[in-house]
Design a binder for this molecule. Sequence first.
Ligand code: NAD
Length: 352
Amino acid sequence: MLTFTYEQLPIRVVFGAGSFDRLAEEVGRLGLKRAMILSTPGQRRLADEAAKRLGVATAGIHAEAVMHVPVETARAARETARRLAADCVVAIGGGSTIGLGKAVALDTGLPVLAVPTTYSGSEMTSIYGVTDGGVKRTGRDRKVLPRVVLYDPALTVGLPAKISGPSGMNALAHCVEALYAQDANPITSLMAADGIRALARALPVVVKEPLDLEGRSDALYGAWLAGSALGMVAMGLHHKLCHTLGGSFSLPHAEVHTVILPHAVAYNRAAAPAAMRIVAEALGAEDAARGLYDLAKALGAPLSLGQIGMPADGLDRAAKLATENPYYNPRPVEYAGIRQLLEDAWHGRRPA
Ligand code: NAD
């Protein structure tokens, strides 16, 4: 019999090519007048475009976002917000820039508007993360949840294939783990299944034809569903492993997700048969784990931990770290199994 708790997060989503042009209107709708615009140094041009659209509602640009939100970067952004007397934050970019916006919101309470340009999904969650002395502290707080998200696929056509593929696999990982989450509910499961379908059909198009707006729109739609699912239910083994590997071995975020996903799914396969059937069906594959591996391969994305900088002699420590603290996962998380999973992922073996 069906039993669940469902809590809708209060986010306004504006989706479609050209939605970036509605930025000033959306800031105005919230009664805000002085936006601090955030981007990475590499996406400064996009921040300038946002300032043009905002006109007098621009308080200033802070193009200093970097990967994993170092505590010093968060502090500097907060100081800029104060100096500019900003009354809101507009974060344009991937998970790193949106993460910086959340870090500012966490301390100042300033509302965030997000304009995502990757498929990370951070814009749909109240999860924040700040890195201090090499350790990433994460948590959930409603204060950091963006008020408005503008999804404009036209902003993603410049995302190179080598970032698009792994970023899309990162989104797929949210969908997959949402399907076997302990607190899964019928709505997140619907979103997750359609997210997988959209990403599986869009990502091969996106890496082959980066300028195909239809494909970009489909991929961004899938990323929205994935981020929504991530925001509403708790993740399992896959996300915990990626967090450990990313944090302790400085591996690139989306690439770690890409490599680990087929192996985490193979580990959980027998313990979550209903979820696996949905994943396989949505991928159009016979088996969920092999379907994910084959998709990553078709995207030209990395397939092995060795390839993305994981030292072979770090696998024991990684397995130990990943099994230290208990958390929910459909199959109990035990050292020998995780060590074997990491070994397979290090070599980039196709799941049996
Ligand atoms: P990212 O934000 O670091 O972006 C990767 C690179 O791509 C950057 O150099 C960026 O400037 C560039 N880029 C972004 N969009 C572009 C575009 N359209 N065209 C050209 N270049 C572009 O990478 P990411 O994978 O989006 O985010 C990773 C970070 O997000 C990690 O720190 C991760 O922990 C975090 N994250 C958080 C959540 C959450 O819910 N809090 C969810 C997912 C990821």
